[in-house]
Design a binder for this molecule. Sequence first.
Ligand SMILES: Cc1cc2nc3c(=O)[nH]c(=O)nc-3n(C[C@H](O)[C@H](O)[C@H](O)COP(=O)(O)OP(=O)(O)OC[C@H]3O[C@@H](n4cnc5c(N)ncnc54)[C@H](O)[C@@H]3O)c2cc1C
Length: 534
Amino acid sequence: MQNTSASSAHAGGESGQPGAAPGRGEPTRGPGRRAAGARGGRPHAVVIGSGFGGLAAAVRLGVRGYDVTVVEKLDEPGGRAYVHRQDGFSFDAGPTVITAPFLFEELWSLCGRRMADDIDLRPVTPFYRIRFHDGATFDYTGDAAAMRAEVARLAPGDVEGYERFVRMSEAIFRVGFEELAHVPFGSWTDMARIVPDMVRLESYRTVYGLVAKHVKDDRLRQVLSFHPLLVGGNPFSTTSIYSLIAFLERNWGVHFPIGGTGALVKGLVSLIEGLGGEVRCGAEVRRITVENGRARGVELASGERIAADVVVSNADSAWTYRHLVAPEARKRWTDRRIERQRYSMSLFVWYFGTRRQYPDVAHHTILLGPRYKALLEDIFQRHVLADDFSLYLHRPTATDPALAPPGCDAFYVLSPVPNLLSGTDWPAVQERYRRSVSALLEATVLPGLEASLATSRLLTPQDFQDRLLSFRGAAFGPEPVLTQSAFFRPHNASEDIEHLYLVGAGTHPGAGLPGVLSSARVLDRVVPDASKLL
Ligand SMILES: Cc1cc2nc3c(=O)[nH]c(=O)nc-3n(C[C@H](O)[C@H](O)[C@H](O)COP(=O)(O)OP(=O)(O)OC[C@H]3O[C@@H](n4cnc5c(N)ncnc54)[C@H](O)[C@@H]3O)c2cc1C
């Protein structure tokens, strides 16, 4: 993996000499100039961004015969899964609940390797410990009998309804995930084809609506409906298709790699390099070059131009069209259309290490606040920063103690907050907000927290915009409502530009690791075979 924005084996100019900078406006690679830099005569694919969607796309394109260059703005790969290392602690910035391990395993096996040789993936149980505002807890696991017992303890009258919900979640999974997550939705007919299934599976309901149809207890309704929040959706407006997550977790479990999620990032980078591809960090794309309606390469912020036969953007979909593609090249994704989309919530994340350990705290804890629906309305509809919150607390050292110095614990706590439409001045309020989050943790599951802090860092909606280039600072791209799903989401094969493709949270099927890994699977169906471009 290189860390440079100025030179690379791909930036060879006419001479093909590594580091010999090409003249401005002169493509360094691509059709017509292959003698200058092509390795093995393979067509060149440039992937913008090294999030999980971009890395998975790079692996798949490499396997299919492309010479792949990933260009990443940040100094390390991973995107939302970037790893912060400070004061002896290691913090995975984003994804921590690893589901659908088979999607990762597939990438290794496409390369003729075994994931287990590189990654030590451990099952985590309980999946989540849910703590209600009154202090009562619910252990959410994949064990059918244990879950039945937990439901019976919380809401004896809802056991049958819970079982019905689980069966419904499986039926939705069979269609929503197995049949639809990896296929392109490029035309109306693709959409029309699935309407009968959507009606049968009650996709017109929201996740909360579906749960409420089956169980009555208010707390159980929260336990069974929070999942859309993991992919940026409001349970009260996200289509019930997302109820499939419950079955996905139950059937394949929740996992965490030793070394943290960053171990998976590292593993994928090694697959890309093993295929002869390259991941260039510190290389921000300023523009996708388009000629006669076709993507021809990218231009970096440094001015360097890289020619390509196909361009895949793993950058935020709204940002890609709004800032990387000239307006005259966009018919569908106009500025106005981009502005009018609904964007997901954002997140306030506080990463911290403690000088002591909290062995009673589970790997994943959800602390539900006093309000559920009203808080979600504040976040998603009213766009106001509320004084109360519901939190997700991550203690990776519960599974891998080596992520913190001996005797210490690493944590992050995440609070769903409105995106930048709230107008919140985050630099001004972030410390006050952190203190109120800390006070709640101290009063509940982490006594003595402030006094034992060893290290600390924050991520706010402003950082989602400024650091990760996410439109409106949304943490998960366009909100996953029915009218922004499948055909209605920015397509994996750009509607506006030939040979431009999209992967990641902002395209089909959507956010979350299973979603973005599936978006890369879609590419197998829409990107031409490498042989066709030679
Ligand atoms: C705090 C947090 C916790 C989460 N927890 C979970 C979880 O537990 N489980 C789960 O499944 N999902 C989780 N998610 C969601 C999941 O992490 C994301 O949906 C997923 O990682 C997004 O991947 P992506 O492929 O869209 O790329 P991203 O991770 O968004 O990466 C995009 C990359 O593109 C780069 N980029 C952008 N613009 C440019 C440019 N112009 N030039 C070059 N590079 C550029 C960015 O720097 C970034 O590295 C979480 C998300 C967050 C934020």
